[in-house]
Design a protein around this ligand. Structure first.
Ligand SMILES: Cc1ncc(COP(=O)(O)O)c(C=O)c1O
Length: 362
C-alpha cells in the first residue's frame, strides 16, 4: 500500500553515530545541540527570531500567550485543521469563533473572517492546511486595518512561501511542528518564529518555567509562570542530521505536488484546488476535491494507494459546542476533499501509477 504519510529519517550511517554520541555525552538536556539546531533552522527559514520547543502545540500555547489572549477573548480560527490549533485556544481560555473557508481550497476565507471581527477579537489564527498558504495579501490587510495580530499555524507548511520568502517571516507569530510525520521530524519538536526581539526574550522564559536561562538559578526571579517546553539535545541532534536533507526532502514533496497539479487537470470528477496569489505550497499532503469520494477512496485502495481526508473537522467537538455556527462552504468542502500520497517516498513510478489509477475512473 502506498501510504499517505511517512516519517523521513536520514540514513542510519549518519543518524546513529550522532545519536550515540549525544546519548553518552553526559549532556542530554537542553544545551549546545539545541542552540546549534536553532541556528540551522533560523537560517533555513530566514528569521533569526525563531526558537525551538518540544512541540508545535507548545508553540501555539506560547504564541497565544504572547498575543495576549485571555479568558473570554475571541480568536477567529478554522475548523479545517488538526485538533491542536483549536484546543490550544481553549487552553488559554479563548473563545473560538469559526470562520468559513474557501470551498476551492479549504483555507480560511478572508471575507468570512472580516465579517466576524468584534471588539473582543484578539487574534486571527490562520492554518496553512496541508502546506497550502492562506490568502496572506488579504489577511495582512485585515490585520493592519483592525490592528489584530495573526498567528500562522504552519505545522503543515515548512518550506511553503509567501512573496518569495519562507513562511515564518511574515506575521508576528508562526508555529511549526516537527512531529513524526511532518516534512521534517525530530520525533517530536516545534518552532515558534517571531518578529519582535522583546517577545523573543519573553518566549525564551516561557519555555523554561519563567526562568532566565542566561542567568544562574540563584540570580533568577520568576515574574511570569512558564512551562517546561524546551527541546532537549537528543531531539535537537536528530534535527541537525535531518536538516542536512531538508532541501532534498521538501523538494520531493513540492516536485510531486506540482506534477499532480498538471497531470490531474481535466480529469472527470476531479477538481484541483486554487492556490492563493503570491504563495507557494510545500504540499505536505496533496489536496483535491473529488466526486463520490467513498468510491474514489475504494478504487484507490484496490490499486494499493491510500487516499483519505485524514483530518476531522474541529468545530464538531463537544468542547466547542458554544461556538457552533453554520459554515456552508465548510460543509461542501468537507464532503468532497481528499488527499493522495505526495511525499518524499513517492517515486516517479508511484505517481504515474496514482495518476493512471485516477484517470481510469471510480
Ligand atoms: C495543523 C496543526 N497544528 C498544530 C499541530 C501540533 O503540532 P505537534 O504535534 O508538534 O504538537 C499539528 C500536528 O499535529 C497540526 O497538524
Amino acid at each position: 500500500m502506498i501510504s499517505l504519510v511517512k516519517p523521513y529519517i536520514a540514513p542510519s550511517n549518519e543518524m546513529m553515530p550522532a545519536i550515540e554520541e549525544v546519548l553518552y555525552s553526559g549532556y542530554i538536556a537542553t544545551g549546545q545541540a539545541v542552540y546549534d539546531f536553532e541556528d540551522v533552522f533560523r537560517n533555513y527559514i530566514g528569521n533569526p527570531l525563531s526558537l525551538s520547543l518540544h512541540s508545535g502545540t507548545d508553540a501555539l500555547h506560547i504564541a497565544l500567550i504572547l498575543a495576549g489572549v485571555k479568558p473570554g477573548d475571541e480568536v477567529i480560527s478554522t475548523p479545517m485543521t488538526a485538533e491542536p490549533t483549536n484546543t490550544s485556544i481553549a487552553m488559554v481560555g479563548g473563545k473560538v469563533v469559526w470562520g468559513d473557508i474557501n470551498p476551492n481550497n479549504g483555507l480560511l476565507d478572508p471575507k468570512s473572517v472580516r465579517s466576524l471581527i468584534t471588539e473582543r477579537t484578539k487574534v486571527i489564527m490562520l492554518v496553512h492546511y496541508a502546506g497550502m498558504v492562506c490568502d496572506m495579501d488579504e489577511f495582512n490587510k485585515i490585520s493592519a486595518e483592525y490592528n489584530i495580530p495573526i498567528i500562522e499555524d504552519a505545522a503543515h507548511a515548512l518550506g511553503s512561501k509567501y512573496n518569495g520568502k519562507m513562511v515564518g517571516c511574515n506575521s508576528p507569530y508562526t508555529i511549526f511542528s516537527l512531529q513524526a510525520i511532518k516534512h521534517l521530524t525530530t520525533v517530536d519538536g516545534g518552532f515558534l518564529s517571531l518578529k519582535n526581539e522583546e517577545e523573543m526574550g519573553r518566549a525564551l522564559k516561557l519555555r523554561w518555567f519563567g526562568l532566565d536561562k542566561t542567568r544562574s538559578r540563584l540570580e533568577n526571579d520568576i515574574t511570569e509562570v512558564g512551562f517546561k517546553y524546551a527541546m532537549n539535545n537528543v531531539n535537537a541532534t536528530i534535527g541537525l542530521v535531518q536538516m542536512k536533507h531538508i532541501n532534498e526532502v521538501v523538494g520531493r514533496y513540492i516536485e510531486n505536488g506540482k506534477f499532480y497539479d498538471k497531470a490531474l487537470v481535466g480529469i472527470n470528477g476531479v477538481q484541483i484546488v486554487d492556490y492563493n496569489p503570491n504563495t507557494e505550497a510545500s504540499y505536505w499532503l496533496y489536496t483535491m476535491k473529488v466526486e463520490n469520494r467513498k468510491e474514489f477512496m475504494r478504487a484507490m485502495e484496490v490499486a494499493g494507494i491510500m487516499a483519505s481526508p485524514l483530518h476531522h473537522r474541529s468545530d464538531t467537538h463537544s468542547i466547542f459546542n458554544e461556538s457552533r455556527r453554520e459554515l456552508p462552504n465548510m460543509e461542501e468542502w468537507y464532503s468532497s476533499f481528499v488527499h493522495i500520497p505526495c511525499g518524499w517516498w513517492i517515486s516517479e513510478e508511484d505517481r504515474n501509477h496514482i495518476v493512471e489509477t485516477i484517470k481510469k475512473g471510480w
